[in-house]
Write a protein of this length. Structure first.
Length: 167
């Protein structure tokens, strides 16, 4: 499991040292509204989430969720990942950033880089993405990544109907 770099960013595999970062990111109102409440209330909750949700896929497949670090600022600004998701047959690409770093191309830069890495290093030729009907900025980014809307889906144990994209 290695780091990847773009012109402005470093993509670092999520690890226990990132617990405070994920606790903050996953409790943003926009994250809870558009992605969902992951019920992370303490640093210990975040550590368990990383250990139980992120690490097994990273160890098994060699890729998963990455912390996005701004090179110049040396600051964690968001996360991007490719995930196995229950209810989806195709690996799912997702991203979330702190509001002050949205709209600056960081999500596209990191997600397009990870998409290319998945293809060249891991042989992943097909990706999906899901988003809520109200998350217009996410829809635009998903389409910019080359994924096309296919249908509406509802994931297991969820009630919200989501937009499903695939390349």
């Amino acid at each position: 499991m290695k780091n990847y770099e773009t012109e402005r960013l470093i993509l670092k595999p999520a690890d226990l040292e990132d617990a405070d970062f994920f606790l903050k990111l996953y409790n943003l109102p926009s994250f809870i509204k558009f992605i969902g409440d992951r019920n992370l209330r303490t640093k210990d909750d975040a550590e368990k989430y990383i250990q139980n949700r992120f690490r097994p896929q990273l160890e098994r497949l060699g890729f998963g969720n990455y912390v996005v670090i701004h090179k110049e600022l040396n600051e964690k600004i968001g996360a991007v990942g490719i995930f196995e998701r229950e209810g989806l047959d195709v690996l799912d690409i997702g991203f979330s950033f702190f509001p002050e770093f949205e709209g600056k191309g960081y999500a596209y830069e990191s997600a397009s880089n990870l998409k290319e890495i998945a293809k060249t290093d891991f042989g992943v030729s097909k990706l999906s993405a899901i988003t809520s009907k109200e998350n217009y900025s996410s829809q635009k980014l998903i389409e910019k990544l080359g994924l096309k809307f296919q249908k509406f889906v509802t994931l297991p144990d969820e009630t919200e109907e989501l937009m499903y994209y695939e390349n």
